[in-house]
Design a protein around this ligand. Structure first.
Ligand code: AMP
Length: 176
């Protein structure tokens, strides 16, 4: 089995979570398979080592898992982006619309240095709203968006289209 097949076989589909009509792609079973988890980090590092990246931002909370492993593998800093009110020091924040209501994400003001090239990493790309919020936080922090990295992309939601304005590579290990 190749890596993509191993990931697809391990992801657990949970229907109607967190609300009716959503099929939640649960990546927690991947974490129990140590060799798969480590092969995912290697595959991400192989892919992203081709371009010049100074730091990685991971989106709370599942973006922290391989975002940080990838940063360690590439030998670059990892910076968390969290929901409003979770980060303790001074932050930049960005508010964005969801299907129902809105959300707000934050990053520490001293997380990204001026002109750093920063990769966004999350577990899953759906509509792209969350990844866009991360990209905007990189920009207000004085960094440049270097690319977008995901384990899973829900291709039918066309989230890649909303990331086109950032004019950089969008990569997912598997696409549904
Ligand atoms: P979006 O902003 O629409 O691209 O949604 C992406 C964010 O919501 C990511 O942080 C995902 O972890 C989470 N997410 C959205 N849809 C799903 C899903 N079907 N399964 C698991 N996570 C999801």
């Amino acid at each position: 089995m190749n890596l993509q097949e191993r990931i697809i076989n391990s992801i657990r589909d949970v229907p109607d979570f967190p609300k009716p009509g959503i099929v939640f792609k649960d990546i927690t079973p991947l974490l129990k398979d140590v060799s798969l988890s480590s092969d995912i980090t290697k595959a991400l590092a192989d892919y992203w080592s081709r371009i010049d990246i100074d730091a990685i931002v991971g989106i709370e909370s599942r973006g922290f898992i391989w975002g940080n492993s990838l940063a360690q593998k590439l030998g670059i800093p990892f910076i968390p982006i969290r929901k409003k009110g979770k980060l303790p020091a001074d932050t930049f924040s960005y508010k964005y619309d969801l299907e129902y209501g809105s959300a707000e994400m934050e990053i520490h003001r001293d997380g990204i240095l001026q002109n750093q090239k920063v990769l966004v990493h999350d577990d899953l790309l759906a509509t792209g709203g969350t990844a866009m919020a991360a990209a905007e936080l990189i920009k207000v922090s004085g960094g440049e968006v270097a690319g977008f990295s995901f384990l899973v992309e829900l291709g039918f939601l066309k989230g890649v289209n909303s990331l086109k304005p950032y004019d950089c590579d969008v990569h997912s290990l598997i696409t549904y």
